[in-house]
Structure formats: structure tokens, C-alpha cells
Design a protein around this ligand. Structure first.
Ligand SMILES: [Mg+2]
Length: 303
């Protein structure tokens, strides 16, 4: 059941329907980490007071749970979560977003650290290798303002020119059974970029939330640090690593996720060399292969 609801207000449920758990999502912006809504059951014959509420901001989805999914303490049992990386994962490398981003990062290094083009490129790659995020090196060693960096790099990318709605991706995500699994974004980008990408791909309404690298926070917490994976689990509402499933194009992110107890599929696009040693249990060449890798989460196995 989908209802429209108002931020900081109440959801009124009339018998015989019962809301056991509430998850919130929005096409305008994800709610992290938890929705601030109160669910109230009303007696039969009562009319919920709906007048005088502020503007509609979020849609709420209610899941009615069967008794076998309720723990002894009456709380909903933890549902598995399927985490999706965003960049070079939800869209192919052929979009060349990575190259566009690398160019902007190099320019940023050149300008802000007064480096030659060659040295800027070298340092950028060194930080990326060492920290998994070029920005991490900039913040750590040069006290760069992360949000200013974000506005000059991620937010300055001409994504509108290269990313388009992807019907196949949309179908794949729609075929995931939300009664069986929570579908969650997990990125090292800042929230603006993450939201922008899924909106341009036309799939922003198909994820229940987003865990991103908070550039406003220092020190930065990002994949592959364990803290970032724990943050994702907290935000997605999952407690046990064995309930976490993940797809990412980064070897290191996949390797670490598996080390932390997640079940992982490493996306190595067709045409790119497979690593000599697999990073994790599963390797896939295209996201559509998730239907076979994690068939337990799909409504059907047909593409
Ligand atoms: Mg990626």
C-alpha cells in the first residue's frame, strides 16, 4: 500500500489494516537514516484528521508482515538488503563519466595545489590508490574544503549530456521483490551526485535509501573502510552482515565487503579483463546477471 504523507506528521491506519513497519522514500530526496513518522491505528468508524497539514513531501510504503517474520520482542525481523554502488555500476563505463570526472579532479589539483598537469594527475592517482577517494588525500594533506571540491568536481559534471533513462535497468529493479529485500544505494560520492545519477537514469523511485560519503564530515568515511559498511547497515536497517548483499565495480570495495561478511557480486563489465584472483564469491559481466546470482530476491527470472 502506498500513501502520501506529510513530513513530521502521522500516518493514520484504519482497521483492519495494520502497519507493522514503515519505510520512507521519496523521488525528491531520500530520507536518511530513518523516517520521522508516527503510525497511529484508529478505532473503527474514526476519521483521520487530515486538514491543516503542510505540503506533501514524501511517499510512505507500508509493509504488512506475517507473523513468522516477527521476532519474539514483537519487532520486525531484519530483512536482507541489496546494496548497489552507483558510479560505473548503474551505468556503463562507455558513458565516460569517470574520464570526465578525472579531468575535473586533475584540474582541481592543478589549480588548488599549483601543480603541473602531469604532477596533478600523478597525485590524484596516488590518492585514489591509497584512500579509494582522491578527495580523502586532499582533505588529509591539504585541508581542502570538501564541499567546495564537490561543487567544482561532482556537481560540475555534465551528466545531463551522458546519462539517460535506462528501461532495462528500471525493469531489473522493478523485478526485485520488495517483500523479500530492501534495495539501497551505497556510494562514495556525495549525496547530490548520487541523487542526480539515479534521477537521470530514471530509477530514483526504486531505491529505499542512499548511504553516501558525507563530505561535510571529517575525517571522511568511505568505502572500503569498515566504518562505512557499518554506516550503510545502520542506515538501511540491517543488523547481520549475512543479510547484506552487494554489487560494486570496485575490486577493493568488493573484497573488503566480503571480508566483513557480506555476499558480494563484483561487476566487471564485458570487454574489461577479469582479475587474476576474484575479489569475492561472484563475478558478473552485467547487472542483469543479478537475476541468476541472487534469484531469491527476484519476482521472476525472466529478463
Ligand atoms: Mg563504482
Amino acid at each position: 500500500m502506498n500513501l502520501r504523507l506529510w513530513a513530521n506528521s502521522r500516518a493514520y491506519l484504519l482497521p483492519p489494516k495494520r502497519a507493522i513497519s514503515v519505510r520512507a522514500f521519496s523521488s525528491l530526496g531520500f530520507i536518511n537514516p530513518r523516517p520521522r513518522y508516527q503510525v497511529v491505528s484508529l478505532p473503527p468508524g474514526t476519521t483521520p484528521p487530515v486538514s491543516g497539514l503542510p505540503r506533501i513531501t514524501h511517499k510512505i510504503r507500508f509493509y504488512t508482515m506475517s507473523s513468522d517474520k516477527v521476532q519474539p520482542n514483537g519487532m520486525p525481523a531484519s530483512k536482507p538488503v541489496l546494496f548497489f554502488d552507483i558510479d560505473n555500476c548503474l551505468y556503463p563505463r562507455s558513458t565516460r563519466v569517470q574520464e570526465l570526472m578525472a579531468k575535473l579532479i586533475d584540474e582541481y589539483f592543478e589549480k588548488h595545489l599549483s601543480l603541473s598537469q602531469e604532477d596533478a594527475n600523478k597525485l590524484h592517482n596516488e590518492y585514489y590508490r591509497n584512500y579509494g577517494l582522491a578527495l580523502e588525500g586532499l582533505v588529509r594533506h591539504h585541508r581542502i574544503d570538501s564541499l567546495e571540491y564537490n561543487s567544482k568536481v561532482d556537481d560540475a559534471l555534465p551528466l545531463e549530456d551522458v546519462l539517460n533513462p535506462n528501461p532495462e535497468l528500471r525493469q531489473l529493479l522493478e523485478d526485485i521483490d520488495r517483500n523479500k529485500v530492501t534495495v539501497w544505494l551505497f556510494t562514495n560520492a556525495y549525496v547530490n551526485h548520487g541523487r542526480r545519477v539515479v534521477r537521470l537514469l530514471g530509477v530514483d523511485d526504486l531505491f529505499e535509501g542512499l548511504t553516501y560519503c558525507d563530505y561535510a564530515q571529517y575525517p571522511l568515511v568511505c568505502k572500503p573502510s569498515k566504518e562505512m559498511y557499518l554506516k550503510a547497515m545502520r542506515e538501511a536497517g540491517v543488523e547481520r552482515p549475512e543479510d547484506c548483499f552487494f554489487v560494486d565495480d570496485s575490486y577493493l570495495n568488493c573484497q573488503k565487503a566480503q571480508e566483513y561478511g557480506w555476499t558480494v557480486a563484483h561487476l566487471v563489465e564485458e570487454g574489461f579483463p577479469l582479475p587474476k584472483t576474484p575479489s569475492c564469491k561472484y563475478q558478473i559481466r552485467h547487472l542483469r546477471e543479478l537475476r541468476d546470482t541472487f534469484p531469491q530476491f527476484f519476482k521472476s527470472t525472466q529478463s
